[in-house]
Ligand binder design. Structure first.
Ligand code: FES
Length: 98
């Protein structure tokens, strides 16, 4: 288990390593869009990983291709539906502009 902090609410939840962030965010009671149901096709689950980026598995081809097509992408960007929680604490930010 590792601590996931969700901004801007500041809510914290324990998440099992190997969990998909999208599901963990929704299980925490936060609202996040997921129009393609986690297939890396819509980009609506775009988040920023503010802390702990290096503890997460690397971005894979499918996620990278979708991120390339989105507006407002930064080095902190991930798709929540493609990001697997690791063993270390992570802080993410839900984006209002998505
Ligand atoms: S839910 Fe569509 S890209 Fe993540």
């Amino acid at each position: 288990m590792a601590l996931l902090t969700i901004q801007p609410s500041g809510k914290t939840v324990d998440v099992a390593a190997g969990s998909i962030l999208l599901g963990a965010i929704m299980a925490a009671g936060e609202t996040i869009a997921h129009k393609c149901d986690g297939k890396a096709q819509c980009g609506s689950c775009h988040i920023f990983v503010q802390e702990g980026r290096k503890t997460l598995p690397r971005i894979q081809k499918l996620e990278n291709e979708k991120l390339d097509a989105l507006v407002g992408v930064s080095s902190k960007s991930r798709l929540a539906c493609q990001t697997v929680m690791g063993e270390e604490p992570v802080t993410i930010e839900l984006l209002s502009f998505v």
